[in-house]
Design a protein around this ligand. Structure first.
Ligand code: HEM
Length: 128
């Protein structure tokens, strides 16, 4: 049925949990990205991204209940995100998406969004 959400179609909560767990394992070990994140709240950061993505794709709206309107560009303003950070973020996310069992169509939909979103979060353009 057309009412079935992308969230449900790809497997719901366990799929999003696996996606962000894989992603954050990579980020935590990344010398470019790790210093940007709250070192004493990795679990919280993982939960915020997971809740946001679940909500975006039609799952529970817990993210906005807890955090309000996403306003993601504004929330990323404190972090210097240049091409290097954007590419590193996307590289870990690509590996995380690859770890899921998505159909090519699902993969293309998810990845297209993530690439667009990562480009829109970039806020520095003065790197070599
Ligand atoms: C939060 C970095 C792209 C979604 C954060 C935080 C950092 C960060 C350092 C703070 C962690 C926390 O305490 O929650 C980056 C970098 C990116 C990037 C370097 C590279 C382009 C994205 C993209 C999305 C996203 C593309 C969405 C698809 C979020 C969300 C939060 C967050 C939902 C939590 C916001 C909140 O409620 O406070 N990001 N991010 N980020 N990021 Fe990103």
């Amino acid at each position: 049925p057309s009412a079935r959400t992308f969230y449900a179609e790809v497997g719901g909560a366990p799929t999003f949990r696996a996606l962000v767990a894989h992603f954050y394992a990579g980020v935590r070990a990344d010398p470019v990205l790790a210093p940007l994140y709250p070192q004493d709240d990795w679990d919280g950061a993982e939960e915020r991204l997971r809740r946001f993505l679940e909500q975006y794709w039609g799952g529970p709206t817990t993210y906005s209940q807890e955090r309000g309107h996403p306003r993601l560009r504004m929330r990323h303003a404190p972090f210097a995100i240049g091409g290097r950070e954007r590419d590193a973020w996307l590289r870990h996310m690509r590996a995380a998406v690859d770890s899921l069992q998505l159909t090519p169509e699902q993969d293309a939909a998810l990845w297209g969004y993530l690439e667009m979103a990562a480009r829109s979060m970039q806020n520095r353009w003065d790197e070599p």
